[in-house]
Design a protein around this ligand. Structure first.
Ligand code: SAM
Length: 449
């Protein structure tokens, strides 16, 4: 068996013959045989040396060999059992996962760091796969996909066009989508009936798009596009409709396809009762007063928040671990607007104990403020003030809830449930992804969860 053969028509035919296999239509098998194009696609993915990557549906390795030239830190995800042994022999340096990509758990990738995801996707599941990897929290730093041209054009469409739909808006809130190139059918074998296109999705991080409640955004967009010819007013049934339309800048008779991404965000914030301004900035915390405590956690005075942190004075905080029925822990990713640990992963909910309050008063309040829920709380452990907790005495509480949660957009960027084993592996591999307070809490109670 030849190693690292450039994939062209003759090698595809030879490999299939060697495997005693024919391309399977139900697996969306159209193999790319244009090597220049394959090399160009992998160039667009932009894998750096040693950078982690994941290829969905590698098939006979047309893209794989060029990705491997750039980094050996790759994973292949292929469903076809006729191909899998061949892939393992051909690419021994790579992790080869045999299975349905739709059942693959992207959360396992967080411990590898932001991952470049790419593939010439099987068309029959392209949009599901895109949602699977793009939905928050996503471990992908970019996604480069070959899709059916029609779907690619929908992903990049602007408001007011017939291509513009729920998928454009839902993916577009967090990802910038760029159409890189149209591919004619004849670059694949067997030749498909339709054109393909390559798109790249990169995180919409530094954009001016304000934050909003992601779950509410999704619900509103899906409802409004469920019957796209119908006026949104009838579908959404929101209070203060004329006022909302004035704030968003649309007619009261508007349909879903008329709203830009920014207007969808404004609409969501209006529906949530938030102002657009509130949604982009963390709360003003300058007025907060904390109890300062001694090394025995006894109150010895009161000081403003800024002074407490600046002078490393001992104070009090709670962390709450919310588990779902499956025993997975909900982690929140702190918003980029936070004054401390922006964009770090943290406990489900956490907060300072305000002057005059107890730990037990604070925990249910934080649960309500950060996740929008109330649930019975039990004490799980405590930690004495130390540098790792930012000089906080911490009491850790446990609650059970399956969500959904109402996350305040100014405080929390996104969140998700993770298995305890996934968190163990992730903290071990990438401790810097987490707020130090969470790491201390995890260490303190890991044996009990
Ligand atoms: N990357 C190869 C290329 O460019 O020649 C193959 C692309 S072909 C369009 C799609 C590939 O996805 C095939 O190898 C097929 O077996 C694989 N595939 C189909 N359904 C899959 C699934 N549910 N999970 C993982 N791989 C799948």
């Amino acid at each position: 068996m030849a190693l690292n053969r450039a994939v062209k028509l003759s090698t595809i035919a030879a490999t299939l013959a060697e495997l005693g296999a024919k391309p399977t239509q139900s697996l969306g098998q159209n193999f790319l045989h244009d090597q220049n194009l394959a090399r160009w696609i992998v160039e667009q993915v932009g894998i750096g040396e040693g950078e982690p990557w994941l290829e969905i549906g590698p098939g006979l390795g047309a893209l794989t060999e060029y990705a491997l030239e750039r980094s050996k830190n790759g994973t292949l995800l292929e469903k076809d059992d006729r191909i899998i042994h061949w892939l393992r022999a051909q690419f021994p340096a790579l992790e080869v996962v045999h299975g349905d990509a739709l059942e693959y758990d992207p959360r396992v990738l967080f411990s590898r760091g932001p991952v470049k995801v790419f593939g010439n996707l099987p068309y029959y599941i392209s949009s599901q796969l895109m949602f699977q990897f793009a939905t928050e929290p996503s471990p992908a730093s970019s996604m480069t996909f070959t899709l059916q041209r029609e779907l690619a054009e929908r992903m990049c469409a602007g408001p007011g066009t017939k291509e513009y739909g729920a998928i454009t808006v839902l993916i577009g809130r967090r990802w910038k989508v760029k159409l890189l190139r149209i591919l004619p059918p004849h670059v694949f074998t067997p030749v498909p009936k339709v054109d393909s296109a390559i798109i790249i999705l990169t995180p919409r991080e530094d954009d001016a798009l304000p934050e909003c409640d992601g779950a509410l955004f999704t619900k509103l967009v899906k409802t409004a596009f469920s019957q796209r010819r119908k006026q949104m007013k009838k579908l959404l049934q929101l209070d203060r409709w004329p006022e909302l339309c004035a704030a968003v800048g649309i007619l009261e008779t508007a349909r879903a396809e008329e709203l830009s991404l920014a207007q969808w965000v404004t609409l969501t914030n209006f529906a949530a009762g938030a102002t657009a301004d509130h949604s982009t900035k963390a709360q003003d915390l300058t007025g907060e007063i904390f109890d300062v405590v001694n090394e025995r956690d006894e109150v010895i005075g009161q000081r403003p928040r800024g002074e407490v942190h600046r002078e490393k004075l001992r104070h009090r905080a709670v962390h709450i671990f919310v588990f779902n029925k499956r025993g997975e822990l909900f982690l929140q990713r702190r918003s980029r607007w936070k004054d401390m640990h922006p964009r770090d992963w943290d406990s489900s909910a956490a907060g300072h104990v305000n002057s005059g309050d107890s730990y037990a008063d604070t925990a249910p309040r934080e649960l309500e403020e950060e996740l929008g829920i109330s649930a019975p709380l039990t004490e799980l452990g405590s930690i004495a003030a130390c540098a790792g907790t930012g000089w906080e005495f911490v009491k850790i509480y446990r609650a059970q809830h399956d969500g959904p949660f109402r996350l305040p957009p100014a405080e929390i960027e996104c969140g998700g449930f993770f298995t305890c084993e996934q968190i163990d592996g992730w903290i071990a591999a990438r401790p810097g992804d987490f707020a130090s307070g969470f790491r201390e809490c995890w260490k303190a109670v890991r044996e009990r969860v």
